[in-house]
Design a binder for this molecule. Sequence first.
Ligand code: CAP
Ligand code: MG
Length: 439
Amino acid sequence: MAEEEPEFEWYHEFIDENHVPNADELLVVFKAKPSHGFTFKDIAGRVASESSIGTWTTLATLDENIRSLMAKAYYLDEDEGIIKVAYPIELFELGNISQLFSSVMGNIFGMKAVKSLRVLDIRFPREYIESFKGPLFGIDGVKNILKVYDRPILATVPKPKVGLDSEKYARVAYEIALGGIDLVKDDENLTSQNFNKFEKRLELVMKAIEKAEKETGERKGYLVNVTSDPREMERRIKLVADYNNRFFMLDILCVGPAAMQMARDLAEDYKLAIHAHRAFHAAFTRNKDHGVSFFVIAKIARLVGVDHIHVGTNVGKMEADLKALRDIQRVITENKFTPETGDRILEPQEWFGVKPVFPVASGGLHPGILPDLLKFMGKDLIIQVGGGVTGHPDGVVAGGMAVRQAIEAYLNGIPLEEYGKTHRELARALEKWKFVRPA
Ligand code: CAP
Ligand code: MG
């Protein structure tokens, strides 16, 4: 007779549907599907067990006081595939963001019994939130640096993404700033290649920006990409301050949570604002059945303390779910996030005064679609327009002017084509791109 399979029912000890989560617990909302031969309860117990104190077998070493650290799957909705788990806060090292990933976003993704798993939300309790710095500047602080209050803040990447040498790059940066764009932004894959070394680029772009500030009378900044190994990143962040720049950019998912947290400490030392680029996110946020939602990544970025973060757009070239985009914008800007009516998945999140993070809209934007963007996302926004400025038929300065004119038209309730009759740069942008939504 086949040997009796050992029972793994003990995993079910991590399920307690009578548990009422309390304010001090960290809650995680999962979407999950069981592999063939396993029940939904089987995987609910496994996810709660493997992400807290358990393993595949009962333990002689599991004494009573450790049981108090068991996570509890307290909400199971098999039809929706939703499992909510409550974690005692003692399971986590306060102030250590990497350990959050290794706990509730670690082994559980690889368990054989779990066919697919996606983290949809993490509700942080007050004690956990207060163990992190949060944004140094936040939305109001960044507006004060640039002295821009009544319109979106604008950024442009000196395209092509990479390839320009430092001198040419600085020239394009000067024209971007001269045309009315507030922030020059490095592309996510420009760091310190041989043809455009970091320090040379920083020195020349800062000279270009200072010149444009004098000629425009407007404050400007440079989102210089410091992405590198932590030691080199620290050296580059110090250089940013040495060259009197107030910002730096970081590919937060390419460097990882620990380096993001270190960068936040350095931002404090040098009083710099952090622009978080999210390159690499779509590798694990896009599949609606497996991975981590960007909603969770955005919350973690606010917790650790970036000042700006790319969130997507409703009109650009990157894929976006409109409800998710609204939820993301709200959860990084509101002090008390409450899910939309009827949303039984997301959890309310109180931020206890943590500063709001500037949402960044970017990707395939150009003057013709900015009104549609602003109608949906509002004007408390940083808008990055790369190709939509550097691809203008009359050059980069005209490209920046066309973006400013499109924003002016929208804020004054004037249709773009009407405004284009008296603003040539906008008219020329509409001639080239009309109202196309790039893909
Ligand atoms: C946009 C961009 C940004 C994307 C990132 C690019 O350039 O610089 O990295 O917006 O996507 O390299 O594609 P364009 P997201 O303005 O020329 O499209 O903002 O969704 O993270
Ligand atoms: Mg880019």
